[in-house]
Design a protein around this ligand. Structure first.
Ligand SMILES: [Zn+2]
Length: 570
């Protein structure tokens, strides 16, 4: 008996095992899964819309109208009639720090707290709830929460005084230590700043204040006990379903500057998850190179690539941090900041170019973190040097973040074939962005902040991601910011620099097919097309027909990776 229309609308997902005789074309086994009678946005420019998708094994076998999907139905086919839902290619987060994110799951999360008392209260409660842990660890504080935009050890002592405590800034580029942690790290007024790092000091006494910038964070982080392999594996297995719950089916791991992630130690964990059938997110993993340490990571990535190269686990990329962040004035800028500094680049331009040329010559793709306009130019120059030295090839160099840019550099992305890898939620126009970021950037640079629209108009290919754990991996938050340039609360009314917003279709493309392009995988995933991997997400609402605010409230109902349902809403 067909269900009543009302019943079908009321059900989140109506499913039945078809009892009708199989009507599959002779010689073709039936589909395992059919999603039908719904709106399907395929990300395939030739046929962007369909009514049904059929999956057999790990591949899509049919995309088209609902009637045609019937031909793929067999006695054991699982069929979902989805009515007014929205079916999309699975989301591909083009920039995450997977193990840092996994480790953050057992640390106090400060990301939603804006005021210092709220931050301190949360840390205090977390410490009380974890009396046995030798360190109190957390992450996610914002510069704007503190008078003077940087925290102090006294403020953290007020929350935790019996043990060392260390809180990483939301952007991962600064740290906040209490007195016990500073003592354990041996940081005194005589400790010299490490290269490319700053121990923030009291201007009168010269004592460390408790705030650490860039490489100085390692002085404390290196003292934090690292969870053993079993503990890390357990955290990885917590992280993967969490990503699936956001509709994420692929991530591109962009290597960390902190000590949370070591590719040599993480690779066996990823391989083990794959072997045990628990790797429910496809991974493309980069290793980190630094000025003076280039040949070793190149060799390491090539070795990992030889060991793992399949649609679940890939190694083909190397990452470098060109500069820091605007909030700590460590991003490299062309015109000085108000205090006269021009940032803290991690490379000499010539060394960066030589490293990118070497990695490119070895056949690796290169990601370059660059946030200041001078950093972005250094990154583009390095990609240009690779093309000039090593000749024409499809290399798809990437620049990560691009928070500010000189107008002269917009067209270089298309000209060089460099992918602009950007994270929409970083432009969330909240207090941190509008007060600290915009103030440090200054009005001229800020007027070109997070220029997705201008980059698109200049022909650049954009790939979107979250930078988790810097911000939540919840794709809805990024999508909403991408299309509105507003906070969740709807501020500012017309959106911040609304000309840099992109259309919903563009934003979805950047999270799907363009993200797949950014890892050289657009032939196997990123759109719903016959023959491609069956990576699919079902959202509760058709975002194309509703107001943008629906993006924040819609629910992920179903996530499918390689034909396997890995997440289903209650
Ligand atoms: Zn990052």
């Amino acid at each position: 008996m067909p269900r009543s229309r009302r019943c079908r609308l009321a059900a989140l997902l109506s499913t039945w095992l078809a009892t009708a005789p199989a009507v599959v074309a002779p010689g073709e086994p039936p589909a395992d899964l059919i999603l039908t009678k719904t709106r399907v946005w395929t990300a395939d420019a030739k046929t962007p819309w369909a009514e049904a998708v059929a999956v057999r094994g790990d591949r899509i076998v049919y995309v088209g109208d609902a009637r045609g999907a019937l031909a793929w139905r067999g006695p054991k086919t699982e069929v979902h009639e989805l009515s007014s839902r929205l079916v999309l290619p699975g989301f591909n987060d083009a920039h995450v720090h997977l193990m840092s994110g996994a480790l953050s799951l057992e640390r106090v999360d400060l990301i939603e707290d804006a005021s210092l008392p709220a931050v301190q209260a949360r840390i205090k409660a977390f410490a009380a709830a974890n009396p046995g842990s030798p360190w109190v660890l957390g992450r996610g504080w914002f510069y704007g929460s503190f008078p003077g935009d940087l925290p102090t050890k006294e403020q953290l002592d007020a929350a935790v005084s019996d043990r060392p405590a260390y809180m990483e800034c939301y952007d991962g580029h600064s740290g906040w230590a209490n007195s016990k942690a500073l003592a354990l790290a041996g940081i005194t007024r005589d400790t010299k700043d490490p290269e490319n790092g700053v121990i923030v000091r009291d201007p009168v006494t010269g004592e460390a204040t408790g705030a650490l910038k860039e490489s100085a964070t390692a002085l404390v982080e290196s003292k934090i006990p690292v969870p053993d392999a079993e503990a890390r594996y357990a955290l990885l297995l917590r992280a993967l379903p969490r990503l699936n719950s956001h509709g994420i089916t692929s991530v591109q791991d962009t290597a960390s500057s902190d000590l949370a992630s070591d590719p040599a130690e993480d690779a066996p964990l990823f391989a083990r998850a794959k072997k045990e059938g628990r790797l429910t997110v496809r991974l493309a993993v980069a290793v980190l190179m630094k000025q003076g340490d280039v040949d070793r990571p190149i060799a390491q990535e090539l070795r990992l690539r030889a060991e793992h190269d399949d649609p679940f686990l890939r190694y083909h990329t190397i990452k470098g941090y060109v500069d820091g962040v605007i909030e700590a004035k460590t991003a490299a800028v062309l015109e000085p900041y108000a205090d006269g500094g021009t940032g803290l680049p991690n490379w000499q331009p010539e060394a960066l170019q030589a490293a990118v040329v070497a990695a490119d010559k070895a056949g690796l793709q290169v990601y370059l973190h660059a946030i200041g306009d001078r950093g972005v130019r250094m990154a583009l120059d390095a990609h240009a040097a690779a093309a000039k030295t090593n000749g024409h090839r499809d290399r798809r160099g990437r620049v990560e973040h691009i928070e500010t840019i000189s107008p002269a550099d917009y067209p270089r992305f298309a000209a060089l074939g460099v992918v602009a890898s950007m994270q929409p939620l970083h432009a969330n126009p909240d207090q941190n962005l509008m007060d600290v970021w915009a103030k440090n950037a200054g009005p001229d640079r800020a007027s070109r902040g997070f220029g997705w629209g201008d980059l698109e108009r200049a022909g650049a290919r954009l790939a979107f991601g979250s930078d988790w754990p810097v911000v939540t991996p919840d794709v809805r938050r990024g999508l909403y910011c991408a299309v509105t340039r507003k906070t969740r609360e709807g501020r500012p009314a017309g959106g911040w620099l609304p000309g840099q917003a992109v259309s919903l279709e563009s934003a979805l493309r950047h999270y799907t097919i363009d993200a797949a392009y950014a890892s050289f995988e657009e032939d196997v995933k990123g759109s719903l097309s016959p023959g491609k991997l069956a990576d699919i997400v079902v959202l509760a609402d058709d975002l194309f027909l509703l107001v943008p605010e629906t993006i924040l409230t819609t629910r992920v109902l179903l996530t499918v990776v390689g034909g396997r349902v890995v997440y289903r809403a209650d």
